[in-house]
Design a protein around this ligand. Sequence first.
Ligand code: ATP
Ligand code: MG
Ligand code: MG
Ligand code: MG
Length: 562
Amino acid sequence: MKQSLTFIPTMREVPADADIKSHQLLLRAGFIRQTASGVYSYLPLAQKVLTKIQQIVREEMNKAGAAELLMPALQQAELWQESGRWYSYGPELMRLRDRHDREFALGATHEEVITSIVRDEIKSYKRLPLSLYQIQSKFRDEKRPRFGLLRGREFIMKDAYSFHSSFESLDQVYEKMFTAYSNIFSRCKLNYRAVIADSGAMGGKDTHEFMVLSDVGEDTIAYSDSSNYAANIEMAPVHMTYEKPTGSAEDLEKVDTPEMKSIDEVCHFLSVDKKNCLKSLLFKVDEKFVLILVRGDHEVNDIKVKNLFEADIVELASADETKQITGVIPGYVGPVNLPESVEIVADHAVLAIANGVCGANEEHTHYKGVNLDRDANISQFADLRFIQEGDPSPDGTGTIQFARGIEVGHVFKLGTRYSEAMNASFLDENGRSQPLIMGCYGIGVSRTLSAVVEQYNDENGIVWPADLAPYDVHIIPINMKQDAQRNLGEELYAEFLDAGLDPLIDDRQERAGVKFADSDLIGIPVRITVGKRADEGIVEVKVRTTRETQECDRSEVLSVIK
Ligand code: ATP
Ligand code: MG
Ligand code: MG
Ligand code: MG
């Protein structure tokens, strides 16, 4: 490509509203432009890199046995109502109406659409497992769009969905996807960790996030320095010592906790109908579930001690029953005997409340589901000790280190959360109707581009890993008006094209300083400067990563850069 023909609007100034490196550099190097808050145009250079990332994603997804399709971004409300997420997704879902006043959403993710397609077509276990993926723009009206492509309101995601007749089959495909993700992020040369993640209100069980290690990451991860253990801090254990609970055993008996049908149902409920409670917490106690709702109108992160005594314990029966909450015991603060490891399956910022409400016999009970930043302010009210750097890692090997992470990918065993809600079933080998078992797997493609820039830059600009670079080699004739320089530059350009390389030639009538500065900003791995010695056939080869330069005869250039 000739630089005069493409569009690379570089800028010297650091844009005022861009506070992190990748955002600044992508703007300055002319890769992106913002059109609205959290909404970006990908200019030609970004589009080239995105295409390369997408190609890697496609190759690895295809290898994992997934087939590509493309679903609509425009989705009718009815589908989201069926799953319940029309009500639970909140303001992040972009909603709109058509001319007939029918409601729609712009796809924030595609579980509903894919489930509705598959439910209409797949009737028998013989067609399972089935994995489908797409690469598409997603829309989320993020509360705080920021950091450029890292948190946009329109962004590119690869999302995949798998359908199964058994949990074993789901486990196998999950493994394959996990491997595919590892390959993808390794091929993008990212320094990342796969971490145990929180299944939150989505229900389901196993879930891992792929986190790029970076100080600008919004998540904190706790990892072992000498094993594979790594967890989102939300899932890392908290050590708790308990004060004697103030309630009595008789109080506990007042709480009738019939069995839930499934955690999925409870979580589904939680996300649908939390209107009246500030926080909810679900304990599994002896195969039963206890839901604690904390009322109040504070900010979510601003849990006050008085909430402790405003906690309600709610019995849970089936998902239907939980829609009308019954059996509330206001102000209950009696002890509940907890098993050694308590899985908190719902919102979890209320450990203080847990401590106030529930007693345990054990010291050092492991609680899952903690967000250090979010929950630290409640620790003063309860005797909590969050996992810290230097603690022994929970798998018994090594010590815990903390790092910040950017979530670039997320794999998730959904189970039957969507298929049950949306009536997507198949006939098993015995002719019985069963809900489809599902997994979902997302990669933030545009976020990944930004994460690469975050990890690959220096004070002069971006330093692309070779496989992702927008071009392979940047040819810079210093003075296009000099025939020798222009001719040699153009000859090398043609030679590189013939050799299967993708060259960019700076054929602009600009000063050398401008050309070099732009070239450093853009970050193409190899630069060929065609200058004073052009008439002798001598050029300078500079490697962007090492900044090493060497003079070289034109006949040797190809072998040097290849
Ligand atoms: P986050 O925790 O950052 O809000 P998420 O958990 O809501 O992300 P998922 O629903 O897991 O996101 O979506 C799959 C992937 O899409 C994420 O792992 C991330 O890489 C990407 N992604 C999510 N939200 C955004 C966004 N606003 N801008 C860019 N990429 C995003
Ligand atoms: Mg999000
Ligand atoms: Mg997340
Ligand atoms: Mg996620």
